[in-house]
Each structure stands twice: as structure tokens, then as C-alpha cells.
Design a binder for this molecule. Structure first.
Ligand code: D5M
Ligand code: FE
Ligand code: ZN
Length: 542
């Protein structure tokens, strides 16, 4: 087998049968900039072709700090101790001690960083990665009205099934049976909110729909159960609710029946939900919105991240635990995503943007498994769910072992399930739900978890593809919920689910400035898979 210093070519690589060794060697080739000329010529030809409609139909639109993980395992005291310790520990270049310098180099198995004198635990364990949910290749649509109908019916049925898991809902009635009632009586009903509005007196009226009909429910502002009133205030169309109250059939000739609601409940997460944890002390780093190709891509911060991963900056223990990196969309800035984007690009060709991504990833230690899921800047359709980025763009990433999946996706790493969703719907939620805003993505994420749907509202800014089944219901509760898109880092826990918005690696663009969005580039959330504690790696302040 040729050594790395020899003249390694793609031709020689093809003769090597072991795929793992091939991937490792390809990383070296990418790093060294050794090119396969014929492949490159082919790529240029594709790059000159106009992107096909279904590839890119979106022309308009648009110091280490540790935080407490879910409470059911680690004591908060431990976490605080760690937090104080880590927060005061500046990220500095690691000066290797004399003894380290003299130490025998660690034998590496063909990694690009063979001179590394840092002994990452993640290297000692093989990856245990399973893709539990991936819409790629499963997105069926005829492109007509029927699909929207099928999608809504499927969404209703999926959410209904989840709602039925709540003990109190078993006596609920179908709406058509309620409408047949002729005298006042207590009822309960499960429905999707068709419409919701505040009356001039400050009460809320919601029109609920199930597969049998629609009925109105009134929630009074002076209701005994103020939690339910607040729930109504925070409710938006297309969310599923369970309503208990008394039905007044009205005078059927002149007025319709109405439910005077006593309580409103969303599906939510059971209070006793117990998150999975890995048995090994390994971690998952979550990133998104690098926007490679944009003038505002923060390459210096990225290079610090690479140094950190290679044990050359900051906390080596934390770095050495990282076994997985999930990239949750907007890896590249793309082309034609918004009008006049060209002026904001330093790399105007999408293939060159991916080439740069491959170069950057080739610096990531090879024992780290990278999972890549697309956002709204990738060359796939803008409407969610999205399939994985087509091979023609990401062949170099695939060559070095990057796992490309669709969005949203559910990924199991050492038994811990992460739901990665780019976060397209978060802007709509922030606009519609009082108390939510871009600066606190973790609050928006709680709302998503509570209603158990990734894009609960139809017909606003979020484009939802009319697939015949619903991919956006959160049927399986994740241990980690990861979003991006808003470019602002945020972490919290909600009922034992670790919430992570991964921020970005792009500084403020003119567009963001015009919207008053102040991004947080260079803050990388890392979650320990054995404790689910979250750590924020802040690359900017050092
Ligand atoms: O989104 C970059 C930032 O801009 C992020 O904070 C969301 C916000 N954004 C994106 N599109 C819109 C629209 N249409 N209105 C308001 N705010 C928006 P990115 O996906 O990286 O372009
Ligand atoms: Fe983005
Ligand atoms: Zn985005």
C-alpha cells in the first residue's frame, strides 16, 4: 500500500479494495489538493448546466460553557461544578510539554493527522450509527390537490394516535356525534385547529376539525383554568388540541352549537419520558449554517473548530470525546437561493462550494463520523421534507465517508436518538405565537415539542411539500432535538429532551441586518451522549 507521502492517485485508489482505507486515502488526496482531472472536467460541465427545477426551485424568499442536561440522571451540582470550571477555562493553543514532544508518536491507522499526540477516546470506539428516519427516496406526490388532502388526513391520524396516548382523552367524542346533541352536556373532543381568533372581549374562539366535522369552542379569559387560557393564546392553526367543556347545542335554526371549554391540552411529552443515554463517554457536536461560499463565512472560527477537534486548542478531553458531527443544513450558501445572491458569494460555483466543504472536512479527524442533512440553501427543493443532496454535488463528501441524509432526519448515535430538522418553520412560529422570538430558538423548540409537529402551520412562509404522507409529526420522542436556520445558538432541556439550536459559522449579512437578526457565529453545541449534558464551545472569545 502506498504511504501518504508517495504519489497517490485516484487510479491507485481504485485498486485498493478495503473501502475504509479508500475513504481515508481520499481524505488525504482532498487535503493535498491532488485532483482527478477527468473527474474535475466532468464536474465543470455539470456546473455550467442550469440547475434542474427539482434540484433548486427556490429563486425567491427569502470559552466552554456547560449547561444542565435532562434532569433524570445527573445531579445539577455536578453540572454546575463543571460549568464553572469550563467557563473559566480559556481556549488556548495547547502547548505540548517536553515529555509529550518526546513521547513516541501514537500509531494511527491511516489518519491524515498521524503526527497527533493526543489520544482521543472517540478513536478507540467504532461508530454505532443508525439512520432511523430519512425521507430521501420516499417522498411521493402527484402534484395535485389530492396530495394536500392525503397529507392533512395523514397528519390528523398520526397526531390523533399520539393524543390518544394521553390517559384523559379516552372519552372524547367525534365531532359529528357532538353536533347531533340536542341538550347541553359535558363533552370532550380532539381536533386540529382550523381557525383561532380573539374576540373583542378578550376571549378565544377556536374552530376545531376532525375527520367527521367542525365545531367551535370558546375559551373565556376569566376561565378557572388559566393555564388553558394561556394555552389558547399560544395556539395556532393546524395544531392538535384536546378540549373538555360543556356543549351548548344552541338554537339549531339560528345559531350553531358551541363548546364552552374548561380545559385545553396539547399532545406534549409525557412527564416521565426517560431519554436514552450511551454507555460510553462519547459526544455529538452539532453544527449548521456554515454557509460556505458566502463572503460572511467565518473561516477563522472554522479553523479554530478544526484545531479544537484535533486537540490543538481548548479542552482536549472534550474534543477527544467527539465521535459524531451532525450538520443540520445550510452547509453551503448555494446559488440562486435569493435574488442577487451572486454579489454575496466569494465562491460563485456550487461545485466549488462543495469542494471547499470537502477540503474543510478532510481536516476533521477520521474517527469522527459526519452526518449531513440539507437546509434551504442546499441544491434540493425548498419545501420540507427534503431529500439528501444529490450525489453529483456531494461525491467528494461521500468519498471521505460523510453520511448524506434528508431533512428532517432521526439519527441514532450509540443508542441516543437525535431529531435533526433545519428549522424552517421556526420563523412562522415566532411571528404567530406570543412570547417567541428569534433570539430564543430554544423556546420555539419547546413549542414544537409540545405540539409534536415540526411545522404546525400551513400556508405561511414555511413551504411544505404536498407529499402523500406526513413526515413532520414527531411520533418518536427524540433524546436530542437539533435545529438551525435562525443562526442564533440556544440550548435548554424540555421534559428530559435536550434542545439544541446550533447557531452558525456566518457573520451578519446585510439581509439579517435589515431584519435586526444578530447571529452567534462560532458557538458549537456539544452533547455528551452518556449524560446528555450540553456544552457550548465558544470559539470566538479566544
Ligand atoms: O436564514 C438566515 C437568517 O434569516 C435566519 O435568521 C432566518 C432568517 N430568514 C431567512 N429567510 C427569511 C425570511 N423569508 N423572512 C425573515 N427572516 C428570514 P438562511 O436560511 O440562512 O438564509
Ligand atoms: Fe442558514
Ligand atoms: Zn436556513
Amino acid at each position: 500500500m502506498p504511504s501518504f507521502k508517495s504519489i497517490l492517485t485516484i487510479k491507485m485508489l481504485k485498486n485498493i479494495s478495503d473501502t475504509e482505507i479508500q475513504k481515508a486515502l481520499k481524505r488525504v488526496l482532498i487535503k493535498k489538493g491532488i485532483k482527478n482531472e477527468s473527474k474535475n472536467i466532468e464536474k465543470r460541465q455539470i456546473s455550467r448546466e442550469r440547475l434542474k427545477e427539482n434540484d433548486n426551485p427556490k429563486i425567491q424568499s427569502s470559552s466552554l460553557t456547560s449547561i444542565t442536561g435532562p434532569s433524570n440522571q445527573v445531579s445539577s451540582q455536578n453540572v454546575l461544578d463543571k460549568s464553572t470550571q469550563m467557563a473559566t477555562q480559556p481556549i488556548q493553543d495547547v502547548k505540548q510539554s517536553e515529555t509529550r514532544k518526546k513521547a513516541k508518536p501514537i500509531k494511527t491507522t491511516g489518519t491524515a493527522r498521524s503526527s497527533l499526540k493526543f489520544n482521543p477516546i472517540a478513536k478507540e470506539h467504532s461508530a454505532e450509527l443508525k439512520i432511523l428516519k430519512d425521507p430521501t427516496g420516499k417522498l411521493y406526490t402527484n402534484g395535485d390537490y389530492e396530495d394536500f388532502f392525503d397529507l392533512t388526513t395523514d397528519k390528523f391520524n398520526k397526531l390523533y394516535k399520539l393524543m390518544l396516548k394521553r390517559a384523559e382523552v379516552h372519552s372524547s367524542e367525534k365531532i359529528n356525534r357532538i353536533l347531533r346533541l340536542t341538550s347541553p352536556i359535558d363533552v370532550s373532543v380532539i381536533g386540529l385547529i382550523n381557525e383561532i381568533r380573539e374576540t373583542k372581549n378578550g376571549h378565544y374562539i377556536m374552530n376545531l376539525e376532525d375527520l367527521t366535522g367542525t365545531v367551535n369552542a370558546l375559551i373565556r379569559k376569566n376561565a378557572k383554568d388559566q393555564d388553558s387560557f394561556k394555552m389558547a393564546q399560544r395556539s395556532i392553526p393546524d395544531q392538535m388540541v384536546y378540549v373538555e367543556g360543556s356543549y351548548n347545542p344552541g338554537d339549531s335554526a339560528r345559531s350553531k352549537g358551541i363548546i364552552f371549554a374548561n380545559s385545553i391540552t396539547k399532545i406534549d411529552i409525557p412527564y416521565n419520558f426517560k431519554a436514552n443515554r450511551a454507555s460510553l463517554p462519547l459526544s455529538l457536536a452539532m453544527i449548521s449554517d456554515t454557509h460556505i461560499g458566502s463572503k460572511e463565512f467565518e473561516e477563522k472560527l472554522w479553523n479554530r473548530f478544526i484545531k479544537f477537534l484535533n486537540g490543538k486548542l481548548g479542552d482536549r478531553d472534550a474534543a477527544g470525546k467527539i465521535k459524531y458531527i451532525i450538520i443540520n443544513g445550510d452547509l453551503i450558501d448555494g446559488v440562486g437561493v435569493y435574488p442577487d445572491q451572486k454579489e454575496d458569494l466569494i465562491i460563485p460555483d456550487i461545485f466549488d462550494q462543495y469542494k471547499k466543504a470537502a477540503e474543510m472536512f478532510s481536516e476533521i479527524p477520521e474517527y469522527i463520523k459526519i452526518i449531513y442533512s440539507p437546509g434551504n440553501h442546499e441544491p434540493v427543493r425548498n419545501a420540507i421534507p427534503r431529500p439528501a443532496v444529490p450525489k453529483k454535488y456531494v461525491s467528494e463528501l461521500l468519498d471521505i465517508g460523510v453520511k448524506c441524509v434528508g431533512n428532517p432526519t432521526m439519527v441514532s448515535t450509540h443508542g441516543v436518538n437525535t431529531l435533526a430538522f433545519h428549522g424552517d418553520s421556526m420563523l412562522d412560529l415566532n411571528l404567530m405565537v406570543p412570547g417567541l422570538d428569534t433570539n430564543h430558538p430554544e423556546k420555539t423548540m419547546k413549542e414544537i415539542m409540545e405540539c409534536r409537529h415540526l411545522a404546525p402551520i400551513f400556508g405561511k412562509k414555511t413551504q411544505i411539500a404536498p407529499t402523500n404522507t406526513d413526515w413532520l409529526t414527531i411520533d418518536k420522542i427524540p433524546d436530542i432535538f437539533h435545529t438551525g436556520h435562525v443562526h442564533i445558538n440556544g440550548m435548554d432541556t424540555y421534559k428530559n429532551v435536550q434542545l439544541v439550536n446550533s447557531g452558525c459559522f456566518q457573520s451578519q449579512t446585510d439581509f439579517m441586518r435589515s431584519l435586526g437578526i444578530t447571529p452567534t457565529p462560532g458557538v458549537v453545541p456539544i452533547v455528551e451522549l452518556d449524560t446528555l449534558n450540553g456544552i457550548k464551545l465558544d470559539l470566538k472569545n479566544h
